[in-house]
Design a protein around this ligand. Sequence first.
Ligand SMILES: Nc1ncnc2c1ncn2[C@@H]1O[C@H](COP(=O)(O)OP(=O)(O)OP(=O)(O)O)[C@@H](O)[C@H]1O
Ligand SMILES: [Mg+2]
Length: 248
Amino acid sequence: MSASEGFRSAGDPLGDTASAGAPAAGPAAACRGVGKTYRTAAEAVPALVDVTLTVPRARVTVVVGPSGSGKSSLLRLLACIDRPDTGEVSIAGERVDRLRARARRRLRRQQVAYLFQRPGENLLPYLDAVGQVRLAAQLRGAAVSPGQARALLERLGLGDRADHRPAQLSGGEQQRLAVACGVVGSPALVVADEPTAELDTAAAERVLAAVADLAGSGVGFVLSSHDPRVMAIADGFIRLDHGRVVPS
Ligand SMILES: Nc1ncnc2c1ncn2[C@@H]1O[C@H](COP(=O)(O)OP(=O)(O)OP(=O)(O)O)[C@@H](O)[C@H]1O
Ligand SMILES: [Mg+2]
C-alpha cells in the first residue's frame, strides 16, 4: 500500500473520513494567472503578478524570495484567507475564487490548515492536546478516537504531553501540536508562513522533522521561509521576486 493510500485507511491515526480508502488525486492546490494588488488611499501595491503554479500532495513546497516579494500574500490566497483580484485559485481541484463566502469557508475548513508563526495562536487555551487534535478532525468532518489522537501525538514526539493544555507546552511542542491539528482529518493543504520564526534551533528541527514525516502521508505542505533548515526539507521550491514566479 502506498503512503497516500494509508493516509485515508480505516483506523489511521490521521482520521477516518467519509472517503476512507479512496486516495485523493490531483494537486493539493493550483494558481493560474493570479494577481493581487493592495490598494491604500495613497497607492496601489502589486503584491502578486500573473502567478501560475501547482502545489503537489505528499510533498513539502517552500516559497522563497526577498522580503516583500509576495510570499505571505501567496500563502494567504492558498489558505483561502484572501481572494485574488484576477486569476484562478484551486484547492483539491475546486475553484476557490468562484465560491461564495459560505462555500469558501466550508472548503477552507475541510481542506486547508493555516499555521500562524506564533505557535500559541494555532491552539485553544482550554483544551488538552488530545482534545485539540480531535476537535480539528471533527471540524473537517473526520472521526478520530482518543487512541488515534494519542497515536498521532506519539508520532510527533508528544506522547507524554497528550493531556497538557497549550500553556503547559513549550513553543516547539505547541507548534508540533499545531502540525498535528493541521494534518488530522486529511486536508489537501497545510500552509505555514515562516513556521520556525519564533522557535530556537532544536525546536525548529523537531517541527520540521514532523512536517517532513507527515508530508509522506499525503498532505501537501506549503511553507514560506528565509530559514536554511526549512529549505533543507523542501521537495520543491517556488521562487518569487517582485510578485512574480521566477522560473527555476
Ligand atoms: N495589507 C497590505 N496593504 C498594503 N500593502 C501590503 C499589504 N500586505 C502586503 N503588502 C505589500 O505587498 C508586498 C508583498 O508583501 P508580502 O507580505 O506578501 O511579502 P513577503 O514576501 O511575505 O515579505 P517578508 O519576507 O518580509 O514576510 C510588499 O510590497 C508589501 O509591502
Ligand atoms: Mg511574509
